[in-house]
Design a binder for this molecule. Structure first.
Ligand SMILES: Cc1cc2nc3c(=O)[nH]c(=O)nc-3n(C[C@H](O)[C@H](O)[C@H](O)COP(=O)(O)OP(=O)(O)OC[C@H]3O[C@@H](n4cnc5c(N)ncnc54)[C@H](O)[C@@H]3O)c2cc1C
Length: 353
């Protein structure tokens, strides 16, 4: 089809991973993109993650197959396109008893995870004996490991690479530029665009309503916190927290260990901070499996972020990390999603535009 002019003026509100990746995909299609960011690029939720590129093994428990499949596809997109900032990571799940029902359930869950990844699977899972040489030696009662592979990222260096890619693609980056007013006809801060994309993570519903646009989705603000511990770890660990209702990851992070995360409902997304309870929960959960417990003075730092989860009828611990795009004339609003699945969101937006 000759004569189609792709070159549209697109205004993106929000410079987290979603806004940035959507901007990059659109600029590659020939559109003229501007990103308005109230702070600096990637400074909010997108810098507070567990740094995993994953389909989300645990989401299989709640039968979120589509979401897991998208995540597994995108995991391989990140690993192939940014090999200097991403890597394949071995993750071990420790068990006390080889004949436990949880081990059998987890084994079949991992096999399903590998099946959904298809040709993009990163390596074969296996069951093995506890490795004594591991730096974090587990209590003797943990005799068996189930291992599988997932992706992980250095989000700081990956973020820098994405920002320089955006600049190479002539994306106009407007930092410290909070948008208060926009409409469904293309107006943002007194400028006019052919399309506006609202990619403000946890702030989406709030901003729509401030501008008298009905939000089709409600948001649950779910805070998640992490600790950075001054110990080295060769492989990742995934284990049940003391509450037993969710998993915690301990992952190699530079020369240290990243421990997280929690899930705590909060009333707003501003300035999340780790609470004493969350800190205790993470430390106690980790110590329940370690032979040499971690002490308070091994904690180097902590950070917290607020997940923009689309409200569902389920308990929020079980709710989906899937995304939704609301369309109002020239305005597209993105709800939900994960760092990993931002390319799927971007592909969808490119098709819609
Ligand atoms: C604890 C935790 C762990 C996580 N772990 C993982 C993980 O391991 N792997 C994974 O794939 N995902 C993970 N996620 C999910 C992931 O972090 C988010 O899905 C993703 O970062 C959301 O990106 P975003 O761009 O939509 O939102 P954000 O990163 O929050 O970006 C939105 C941007 O909009 C800007 N903004 C807001 N209002 C305005 C305004 N009025 N004008 C201009 N700009 C505005 C904000 O400043 C912000 O920069 C985790 C999330 C949390 C909280």
């Amino acid at each position: 089809m000759d004569g189609i002019l792709l070159n549209k003026k697109i205004g993106i509100i929000g410079g987290g991973i979603t806004g940035l990746i959507v901007g990059i995909f659109l600029a590659k299609e020939g559109h003229k993109v501007s990103i308005f960011e109230k702070n600096t690029l990637l400074s909010e939720t997108s810098s507070k993650t567990t740094k995993l590129l994953h389909g989300g093994l645990r989401y299989l428990e709640n039968f979120h197959f589509n979401e897991v499949k998208n995540g597994l596809n995108d995991r391989s997109w990140w690993l192939e396109n940014f090999p200097d900032h991403t890597r394949k990571l071995k993750i071990l799940i420790p068990f006390k008893n080889i004949f436990s029902l949880t081990l059998i359930k987890s084994f079949f869950g991992i096999k399903l995870y590998e099946f959904l990844a298809g040709a993009k699977n990163l390596g074969k899972s296996s069951i093995s004996k506890q490795i004594k040489s591991d730096h974090f030696v587990l209590k003797d009662s943990y005799k068996t490991y189930l291992s599988f592979f997932d992706g992980s990222m250095d989000d700081e260096s990956l973020g820098r690479e994405l920002i320089s890619l955006a600049k190479e693609l002539n994306i106009e980056i407007l930092e410290f530029n909070e948008v208060k007013n926009f409409d469904t006809q293309g107006a943002v801060n007194k400028r006019h665009f052919d399309k506006i994309i609202l990619a403000v993570g946890p702030w989406s519903k709030m901003l729509l309503e401030q501008n008298k646009i009905k939000s089709q989705k409600d948001i649950d603000f779910i805070k998640g916190s992490h600790l950075i511990i001054n110990r080295r770890l060769e492989s990742g660990l995934m284990f049940s927290g003391i509450c037993k209702s969710r998993y915690i990851f301990a992952l190699p992070y530079k020369d240290h260990t990243l421990l997280g995360t929690t899930e705590e409902k909060v009333s707003h997304p501003e300035f999340p901070e780790i609470s004493k309870d969350e800190m205790k929960y993470l430390v106690d959960s980790f110590n329940q499996i370690l032979r040499k417990p971690i002490s308070k003075n091994e904690i180097i730092s902590a950070y917290s972020g607020v997940r923009p989860l689309i409200k569902s009828k389920e308990n929020f611990h079980k709710s989906s990390r899937d995304f939704f795009i609301q369309e109002n004339d020239s305005l597209l609003t993105i709800f939900g999603g994960k760092w990993t699945t931002s390319p799927t969101i971007a592909r969808k937006i490119v098709t819609m535009i």
